[in-house]
Design a protein around this ligand. Structure first.
Ligand code: NAD
Ligand code: TYD
Length: 338
């Protein structure tokens, strides 16, 4: 099988490509990535240098000509779209790149796939399209889409477009909706690596609002497993939820990281809340369990310890991705909030 993976130099795409090439000796992967601030070509440099089944192409999913040329390859069996602007706080600051990549870019991929007759398309989406939950219940695939941030609105728009491409053109399309991922290669603007880094440096740990917002954390390889199962077994026109059975308040996540690192809780600093902050996410993934045989494999504490061990062993990676533009953006953001 030959797959075009987009956004493969980001957090989840990197894990997916590594996992799939290791698991399937007969698979080939072409990785199309624009290399935004969140994309790091070095993540997969060992494969670029030593693995003939892996090819890297730098480019934009919005580029009709480039995407068409990659899809015109008669041996291409499927497309898996991870490429996105992925950070809610950045989307609040400036929604425009989210509309460009997450909506127009995704539609461009779908249109090129339609024109070139691609026989499988997996669009990677998020639980955030469903909006927010109260204290009870879980999102199912029939929960109405009710996005609250520019990020989640852009992802929900692409989900709607995927649905339209299936309904209108009969395009072989599967959408995956997953909860919050954590694990190796996550960019340190997201909660877990950011808290880890600040705690290591004995810096203040910014907790938004009252710290009681709940996320359902999933080990990144379990999400990759869900995407793989969707690619191989998903029913066309369906969306599948994936979750980690690990609902945690943000403050508990922060406290657990501090406990693993042996750092004091006095570092915790409550800051102004994120506007439109979703209170709680929780996933009912019973459809994926029944139809695809999906189940998460790793508990939160074990996964968090593995994640921290990976960051401890990869300080050079952290230094590389923390430079320049990212630092300036986050400094501004926290100045505004504290
Ligand atoms: P990420 O920000 O780490 O990586 C995104 C990647 O996409 C980067 O390599 C970036 O260079 C690339 N990219 C951005 N714009 C592009 C463009 N126009 N053309 C080509 N490449 C482009 O994101 P992630 O956390 O790995 O998320 C991957 C996907 O999974 C996204 O679609 C996201 O919405 C979805 N998702 C993420 C989570 C999570 O917890 N991180 C949860 C559910 C779903
Ligand atoms: P994040 O990792 O940005 O993922 P998402 O917004 O997509 O869920 O944030 C996870 C939760 O942690 C979210 O409720 C916001 C909160 N948060 C903080 O309290 N402090 C921080 O510095 C960050 C980045 C997030």
């Amino acid at each position: 099988m030959k797959i075009l993976v987009t956004g493969g130099c980001g957090f989840i795409g990197t894990n997916f490509i590594r996992m799939m090439l290791a698991k399937h000796p007969d698979w080939k992967i072409v990785n199309l990535d624009k290399l935004t601030y969140a994309g790091n070509r070095l993540n997969l440099m060992d494969l670029e240098e030593n693995e003939p089944r892996y090819e890297f192409v730098q480019g934009d999913i919005c580029d009709r000509e480039l995407v068409t040329s990659l899809m015109e390859d008669g041996h291409l069996d499927a497309v898996v779209n991870f490429a996105a602007e992925s950070h809610v706080d950045r989307s609040i600051n400036d929604p425009t790149p989210f509309v460009t990549t997450n909506i127009q870019g995704a539609q461009n991929l779908m249109e090129c796939a339609r024109q070139t007759g691609i026989s499988r398309f997996v669009h990677v989406s998020t639980d955030e399209v469903y909006g927010t939950l109260g204290p009870d219940g879980k999102f199912t695939e029939s929960t109405p889409l009710a996005p609250n941030s520019p990020y989640s609105a852009s992802k929900a728009s692409a989900d709607m477009m995927a649905r339209a491409y299936f309904e209108t053109y009969g395009m072989p399309m599967v959408v995956t909706r997953c909860s919050n991922n954590y694990g190796p290669y996550q960019f340190p603007e997201k909660l877990i690596p950011l808290i880890y880094l600040n705690a290591k440096a004995d810096k203040a740990l910014p907790v938004y609002g009252d710290g009681m917002n709940v996320r359902d954390w999933i080990w990144v390889e379990d999400h990759c497993l869900g995407v793989e199962l969707s690619l191989l077994k998903g029913r066309d026109g369906k969306a599948y939820n994936f979750g980690g059975d690990a609902e945690e308040t943000n403050i508990d996540v922060v406290r657990t990281i501090l406990a693993v690192l042996g750092k004091p809780e006095s570092l915790i600093t409550y800051v102004k809340d994120r506007p439109g902050h979703d209170r709680r996410y929780a996933m009912d993934y019973s459809l994926a369990a029944e139809e695809l045989g999906f189940a998460p494999t790793l508990g939160f504490r074990e996964g968090l310890e593995k994640t921290i061990a990976w960051y401890e062993a990869n300080t050079e990676w952290l230094e590389t991705v923390q430079s320049g533009a990212y630092r300036n953006f986050m400094d501004e953001w926290y100045k505004e909030r504290s």
